[in-house]
Write a protein that binds this ligand. Structure first.
Ligand code: UFG
Length: 334
């Protein structure tokens, strides 16, 4: 198939481009490079530099490349930032996605795979979280993803747009081999921060709260390896192409959680094997908005798409992230 990957120069997008190419698909990346990296693209992958707010440019790109399907990753992704800059988030994520949907409807209706998030659920006692749990986002970021999901449903009803929505849990790790990986301007993710601390770029690791109602008192998350997540996109787009489904929403996680302490222990285990000391840790106050447990009920994607994550072992997951950061201590810039 020929795929247009919107946001394909970003963290998850670039890993997905590699898995799509590995599965024999042709890929064109559309990205404004506001947070993505040209260096993350494989050699030979065409980059169309267009912003989602440029409706005319989008239409022209779709008309020129005539993809068989579109995968849409492009978004601003920081929960904290979204609360202080709601306008930017609604405009970029909601208006940008609307422009993309309209451009698809106006050129040729082809299947769409959309990046959504566990942040659409908000705090829930229903853990592991099934896809039909109540949708109560607690951040502007989560709200923009839910609004986009709803627009996709409306375009499905009105224009027959076939779609798969993937709701990601905690995405982490890097391509084994360490060629590409996570490189956000603003670092907030636990495993990335721990690796940078091991490289001496941070003084210590803060544990945000140890009085949560969990076995060791720290928050539990469902850490899904970025390459497994990328494979979920390949499965989704191929199932849409076959006509196996025309409208589906899936959680993407392992269905199993790890606590902040378990993650930091795994990082310690990996870095001490490389002769480094364990990370200095400090207990810090709870971070606002962190629910105690976020774990996916991921049975639906396993059943429907045959999703089978390869990275089930936390230490293995951490090792791939460490390999990327060790080789690229300053990300794509060096
Ligand atoms: N944490 C620390 N210390 C740190 C950084 C994080 O203790 O220095 C803790 C957090 O408090 C949280 C856990 O580690 O309990 C994971 O935090 P991350 O920032 O790595 O990830 P989040 O769970 O906050 O959020 C991520 C994505 C969201 C997505 C969510 C879904 O960033 O977009 O997973 O599960 F919605």
């Amino acid at each position: 198939m020929k795929l247009l990957v919107v946001g394909g120069a970003g963290y998850i997008g670039s890993h997905t481009v590699r898995q799509l190419r590995g599965a024999g698909h042709e890929v064109v990346v559309l990205d404004n490079l506001s947070s993505g990296h040209r260096e993350a693209l494989l050699e030979g992958v065409k980059l169309v530099q267009v912003d989602l707010l440029d409706a005319e440019g989008l239409r022209a790109a779709l008309a020129a490349h005539q993809p068989d399907a579109v995968i849409h990753f492009a978004a601003l992704i920081e929960v904290g930032e979204s609360m202080g800059a709601p306008g930017r988030y609604y405009r970029n994520n909601v208006v940008g996605s609307l422009n993309l949907l309209e451009a698809i409807a106006q050129t040729r209706v082809v299947p769409l795979v959309f990046s959504s998030t566990a942040a659409v659920y908000g705090t829930t006692d229903d853990v592991p979280i099934p896809e039909d749990a109540p949708l109560r986002p607690e951040s502007v970021y989560g709200e923009t993803k839910l609004m986009t999901e709803r627009m996709i449903h409306a375009f499905h009803a009105a224009h027959g747009l076939p779609f798969v929505v993937l709701r990601y849990f905690n995405v982490c790790g890097a391509a084994p081999g360490g060629e590409i990986g996570e490189d956000h301007a603003n670092k907030t993710h636990l495993i990335e921060l721990a690796c940078l601390t091991a490289l001496g770029q941070r003084e210590k690791m803060k544990v945000f709260g140890d009085d949560y109602p969990t076995p060791d008192g720290t928050c539990i998350r469902d850490y899904i390896h970025v390459q497994d997540l990328a494979d979920a996109h390949v499965l989704a787009v191929e199932a849409l192409e076959r006509g196996q489904m025309t409208a589906a929403t899936y959680n993407v996680g392992l269905g199993h959680g790890f606590s902040v302490r378990e993650v930091l222990d795994a990082v310690d285990a990996v870095i001490t094997e490389d002769g480094l000391p364990v990370l200095p840790r400090e207990l810090a106050p709870r971070r606002a908005g962190d629910p105690p447990r976020l774990v996916a009920d991921a049975r639906r994607i396993v059943q429907d798409l045959g999703f089978k994550p390869q990275f089930m072992d936390l230490k293995e997951i951490v090792r791939t992230a460490w390999e990327w950061h060790r080789r690229h201590p300053h990300g794509f810039e060096g």
